[in-house]
Design a protein around this ligand. Structure first.
Ligand code: HEC
Ligand code: HEC
Ligand code: HEC
Ligand code: HEC
Ligand code: HEC
Length: 246
């Protein structure tokens, strides 16, 4: 039974999308690799689309019924990249990756990043106004120190052996239907169902007497716990033993 791999079993549906500008997902890799990928992709994008450095807020994003004046702001290319990467990472670390992984040490990004906060409003033509300049400086500083807070992904620890205290090999049981051991396999709908067979199932075939498979203990168990084996330094030689150890 091959261990489950994201690339084969999950990637087709869980695309790890991170921004609507791209129709590819983030790589399934360590956070620092994902981070480097995002910085590169956004940098390439803004170099090809410099017009997007000047942004106009989508008027429909404001609360219903509230008339909103058109708001525009201008960013430098590095501000734009840092901001878009921060937003994409917020989505990935806290939602996309977190759906399958325990992500540790990933405090939420500064919530002001890429938000149209009042301090940031009506920035058109006012890029040098104190509040706007302060806001951007603050944001730049935050983005610069942000790398320190990349999350760590808890080890996947995929279980391959569910019964560590006995031997079992599917290969020796190839002639039998799956449901003869995994009785509920065809009807189970909950991932919390335990479909592993218990010893009672084994005993149906592994029983004393003819027409049955081997039922003595050694078939499924080893007598000694070889994991606790200690190396011994041999002291005797055969001739020495023959002469009584002298
Ligand atoms: C055939 C498509 C498909 C494949 C393949 C697939 N998933 Fe999913 N998965 C979904 C859909 C659809 C959802 C529900 C939508 C969502 O929450 O994004 C989901 C949701 C999940 C969730 C969240 C469940 C919850 O209750 O929050 C987890 C965890 C998950 N999948 C893990 C996996 C893993 C691990 C693999 C690979 C071994 C995998 N999925 C393969 C389609 C798929
Ligand atoms: C649909 C579920 C799913 C999603 C979403 C997902 N992963 Fe995974 N990830 C897995 C599975 C399953 C494994 C173990 C098998 C493998 O390595 O393919 C894994 C393994 C890993 C590992 C190796 C861990 C180890 O102990 O071997 C890293 C690192 C990782 N994922 C990072 C990420 C990051 C970062 C994201 C988000 C960008 C992410 N994953 C999104 C399912 C997922
Ligand atoms: C003779 C009984 C028996 C039969 C028949 C059998 N299994 Fe299993 N299966 C087991 C046992 C026992 C385990 C737990 C093995 C372990 O802990 O290493 C298991 C484990 C599994 C697992 C979990 C593997 C993992 O890596 O997590 C899967 C999946 C599985 N069986 C699928 C099947 C399928 C598919 C078939 C039919 C082609 C089948 N089994 C036939 C007894 C059986
Ligand atoms: C449907 C009948 C059947 C069931 C159920 C069954 N076995 Fe077997 N098993 C066999 C047969 C047949 C053989 C091969 C002949 C022999 O070794 O006597 C075998 C062989 C084995 C072997 C030796 C494998 C080898 O590589 O030499 C082990 C270990 C084993 N079974 C463990 C189990 C365990 C554990 C269970 C319960 C989870 C189980 N079996 C359930 C029929 C069964
Ligand atoms: C057909 C295979 C098979 C045979 C034959 C068998 N057992 Fe087991 N035994 C198992 C399985 C499977 C388990 C569950 C192992 C686990 O959960 O890791 C088990 C568990 C045990 C445990 C509990 C182990 C623990 O650490 O929890 C003991 C003790 C045990 N068996 C003793 C015996 C003795 C004594 C015999 C001979 C009279 C025997 N078994 C024959 C398959 C077998």
């Amino acid at each position: 039974m091959a261990p489950v791999k994201f690339a084969h079993a999950c990637a087709a549906c869980h695309l790890l999308m991170f921004d609507r500008r791209f129709n590819e997902g983030a790589p399934h890799d360590k956070p620092d690799v994902v981070h480097a990928f995002l910085a590169k992709r956004f940098a390439e994008y803004i170099a090809a689309h410099p017009g997007e450095l000047r942004e106009t807020q989508d008027p429909y994003r404001d609360l219903a019924g509230k008339p909103s004046p058109p708001r525009t702001r201008a960013l430098t290319a590095s501000q734009w990249v840092a901001e878009k990467a921060a937003v994409a990472e917020e989505l990935l670390w806290h939602k996309t990756c977190a759906q399958c992984h325990q992500m540790s040490a990933s405090p939420l990004q500064d919530t002001r990043i890429a938000r149209w906060s009042p301090a940031n409003a009506n920035a058109v033509g006012k890029i040098s106004s104190t509040s706007q300049a302060e806001f951007l400086a603050d944001q730049q500083e935050h983005l610069a120190t942000r790398e320190l807070s990349l999350p760590t992904v808890a080890p996947a620890n995929t279980t391959l052996k569910w019964m560590p205290h006995a031997k079992f090999d599917h290969e020796a049981h190839e002639g039998f239907t799956c449901v003869s051991c995994h009785a509920k396999a065809m009807t189970s709908t909950e991932s919390s169902d335990i479909l592993l067979p218990g010893i009672e199932t084994c005993k149906k075939c592994h029983a004393p007497g003819p027409e049955h498979a081997e039922s003595r203990c050694f078939e499924c168990h080893t007598y000694h716990d070889w994991s606790k084996r200690k190396e011994v330094t041999p002291k005797f030689t055969l001739p020495a033993l023959r002469t009584g150890g002298r």
